[in-house]
Design a protein around this ligand. Sequence first.
Ligand code: COA
Length: 346
Amino acid sequence: MASAIINSVAIVECLEASVEDFESIWELIQEYGDQTDRWVSKEGLKFAAFKEKSFEYIIAKYNGKVVGIASLYYLHYYWYGKSMCIDEIITFKSHLFTDEDVVTLLLQKAMEILLKRNCHTLCLILLESDLSQFTKLGGEVEIGFKILRISKIAINQFAKEKSELNKHYLIRAGVKEDIPSLLYLIQCSAVFQGEPLLLDANEKMISEDTFDKKQIGAIVIEADAIASVESDKDGADVSPAVEMPHNPRIIGMVLYYTFYCKRRGKVLHFTRLFVKERHRKQGLGTELMRECTKRAIMEGCEEINGKINEQSTKLIKFYEKLGGVILTNYVTMNFSRDCLLGSLKM
Ligand SMILES: CC(C)(COP(=O)(O)OP(=O)(O)OC[C@H]1O[C@@H](n2cnc3c(N)ncnc32)[C@H](O)[C@@H]1OP(=O)(O)O)[C@@H](O)C(=O)NCCC(=O)NCCS
């Protein structure tokens, strides 16, 4: 159990919350949480955290009273290994200890949980103005990426518009036979983004996470015989390192998963949107995103979000055309496994 003596008297301890803690958690949210954008009802929150287990709470207690909360949920990035995100940290204002003390303890508790569960990275999405209190724990700000948000209104609007899909292409859900192609396109996208070839991605992970546990959804574009002519030789944007067996007719994909955000409810997160270079600028990227909006509606999501490269003005325009908004005041901070181990030894 993470605990600390603060001010030589106050002993604050952190633990994983149980349903009995919910009333105190709710009280803290009502009193100190940011109420902007908040839609979720008390019962909805309790159900999501303790019944559905879409996320979990860790709490800090002083003298049996809950003085801090943070929520944790899994991020399903199979190519980075299992990771978690920490969200909505709220602390009770007290003269006995500072917010920063309690936040540090909550973060350390989250790190302990992550290591115990063999996770790779702890991710934190926070306001730029709050950065300083986290950097000293060894977190690294993700440079060059911003959060893109597509609101429910924009999702509904975009999903309704008529699809302009060229007749030589078919958009469909990925199936098990597509696994080699999904892996191939993940690697292509990693090369394009200038990331080191993605660490852990392999066919077994895709098979388990996408088709057995159904944690990650895959949408692919399949080209017919006419459109796919020589498609396999078109990887001008793909490094020779990516020489893997795959179906050359699968020329684009987007992956997604849903998670529960306390403020706005269920969110569809998309990632690895990719269309092979030779097939771009025919509306295929737009149609992949339209398919995401349909999934978001089907799953009852309140918004779609994703991480995008903030330097690419063309990409930003592409998403803005779909009704997306770039959140300029938020940053993503990552604590790697090595950093977590280091921080806990502090
Ligand atoms: C982003 C991407 C999926 C768009 O696919 P697409 O099939 O070309 O998309 P569409 O044809 O529907 O739309 C093309 C629009 O995207 C814009 N665009 C987006 N990213 C672009 C890029 N990297 N280079 C050139 N144009 C780009 C174009 O300006 C074009 O706008 P226009 O219609 O006003 O001319 C594709 O460019 C791609 O795979 N890029 C590499 C991977 C990537 O950046 N993924 C996004 C990660 S967040």
